[in-house]
Write a protein that binds this ligand. Structure first.
Ligand code: AHR
Length: 511
């Protein structure tokens, strides 16, 4: 039997709720048909937003939603998305070349703020730092946040139905500026960041401004960006920076099978690549410590997910639409456990994307809505939000497999543990396709209760997921258990994600 050790004497930090954040881009079917059905739709809606999706999303406490892109942000003019909807222009969407869709601008700033309020999330807006001017970027911040009646833009907001400021706190100044966002060098982007940051701060000093960082194919962007940043600015002239963003996808260009069909080795390889986000986060945090010491910058992983593209991808829906199976569930479980275990540095993350795109929580078309396996993992992990993360580790052999002629290994088990209001939440992922795992729970520095609530997400076959044909093929099952003979032991079935909650107390207080 393997062991799960939890050390209640070693706190990693508070798990920022924003780690459980989302991303909704004007891409394929994310906004139109996904979130937005329109105010005249026969599909039940709230102010034009799909009612069932609003309710299901609200139920899992989404803390933050990034919008409007992604790449879409880099040609977005926020003025196209305000004012009477029937007067808004039809524009070229960034993704036009991929799916031939234009942008109706029916969902703009007011609608997105409304959606965030409906589901209880904070908006995180990505500002166009590629094809608009810093002044126009600043004007968007002003439009959203200036007090009622204070300026012409605040009065324009009022004219459009919102006298009170939206108080949009999180602003990304650009997106992938090393790629689709202008193919800039770190030096070019650093210049841009300076101007945008200084101007935005002048109108909204309390804003949390986030710089565009690296993805795993260009890790060195970070060092070069901060070398320029340090060279260019003395401390008191630096633009504000709350956080620094990273993107990490597990792309599948066919070598990992497709959404529904994959071999055992492709399963393990997918999960091994997903776990690669941990060394990437550690590496990037070390670079920030070395190049921007004392700045206490938050790492913001504002795009992550398993992305099937290229040959083999089942192109059955809108652009980048894909089904989730247990493989996506495990990718989500591994990734979220890693974020919990690095919550001292990772302060926000946004899974790509909310609906009908890449690793979605929902599939939605017409009057149908499906909750994917990824949705269920977010539901099971939500108890970590705002809790204290404790050090944990599991014993046990790694699993060996061969991929493209090379011997590889992957951990059998991924875990994280956190405590809040006397309740300990443990989330586990068993990567093995063959073996259920029996874990004996060893807790240092405290005690757990006699009973536990255990929720298991598993499927008869690992390539099963929820679809329009079978919307409830994979559902979490919850049961109350009493530890056998008083010894805390957790069964984690093969290829499953498990959540355990139990009461706990630290040693220095009486149990
Ligand atoms: O999420 C899809 C796209 O992936 C985003 O628009 C872009 O930022 C990234 O390359």
């Amino acid at each position: 039997m393997a062991t799960l050790w939890i050390d209640l004497t070693t706190e990693i930090g508070r798990i920022h709720p924003n780690i459980y954040g989302h991303f909704a881009e004007h891409l394929g079917g994310v906004i139109y048909d996904g979130l937005w059905v329109g105010e005249t739709s026969l599909v039940p809606h709230i102010h034009g937003f799909r009612k069932e999706l609003v309710e299901k999303l609200r139920a899992i406490h989404p803390p933050v939603i990034r919008w409007p892109g992604g790449c879409f942000a880099e040609t977005y003019d926020w003025r196209d998305g305000i004012g009477p909807r029937d007067k808004r222009p039809e524009t070229v969407n960034w993704w036009y070349n991929d799916d031939g869709r234009t942008e109706s601008n029916q969902v703009g700033t007011h609608e997105m703020v409304d959606f965030c309020r409906l589901v209880g999330a904070e908006p995180y807006f990505a500002l166009n730092a590629t094809s608009k001017t810093p002044l126009e970027g600043r004007n968007w911040v002003e439009y959203c946040n200036m007090p009622k009646g204070a300026t012409t833009l605040a009065r324009l907001r009022e004219e459009h139905g919102s006298p009170e400021p939206f108080s949009v706190k999180y602003w990304g100044l650009g997106n992938e500026n090393w790629g689709g966002g202008g193919a800039m060098t770190p030096e070019d982007y650093c210049e841009k960041y300076r101007t945008y940051g200084i101007l935005c701060k002048s109108v909204y000093p309390e804003g949390r401004y986030i710089a565009c960082g690296a993805n795993d194919s260009i890790p060195g962007w970070t060092e070069e960006f901060f070398e320029t940043y340090n060279r260019m600015y003395t401390e008191n002239r630096r633009p504000p920076m709350y956080g620094y963003s990273l993107h990490y996808y597990v792309p599948n260009f066919g070598e990992l099978g497709n959404e529904k069909s994959f071999t055992e080795d492709q399963w393990y390889e997918t999960l091994r690549r997903a776990r690669g986000i941990e060394p990437f986060v550690v590496q990037q945090a070390a670079m920030l410590d070395a190049k921007a010491p004392g700045n206490n910058l938050a790492l913001i992983v504002d795009e992550w997910g398993l992305w099937h593209r290229g040959p083999g991808h089942l192109e059955t829906g809108d652009l980048f639409e894909q089904e989730s199976t247990m493989r996506e569930a495990l990718v989500a479980g591994i990734t979220l456990n890693i974020f919990n275990n690095h919550c001292d540095r990772v302060k926000m993350a946004n899974v790509a994307q909310l609906v009908n795109c890449i690793q979605s929580l929902f599939l939605a078309h017409g009057d149908q809505l499906v909750l994917t396996t990824t949705y269920h993992v977010f539901a099971m992990f939500q108890r970590h939000q705002g809790a204290t993360a404790y050090e944990s580790r599991t014993t046990g052999e790694k699993i060996s497999y061969t991929f493209q002629g090379e011997e590889q290994k992957i951990e059998h088990m991924f875990a994280s543990a956190s405590g809040k209001e006397g309740s300990l939440c443990i989330t586990l992922v068993n990567t093995s396709l063959q073996e259920d795992a029996e874990l004996s729970l060893e807790v240092f520095g405290g005690q757990v209760g006699q009973t536990a609530t255990v929720t298991v997400l598993r499927a008869s076959e690992e390539n099963r997921g929820n679809s329009f044909e079978e919307p409830e093929a994979v559902m979490p099952v919850t049961e109350e258990i009493v530890w056998r003979e008083g010894v805390p032991t957790i069964t984690v079935p093969r290829a499953s994600v498990v959540q355990v909650t139990t009461e706990y107390k630290l040693s220095d207080s009486e149990y």
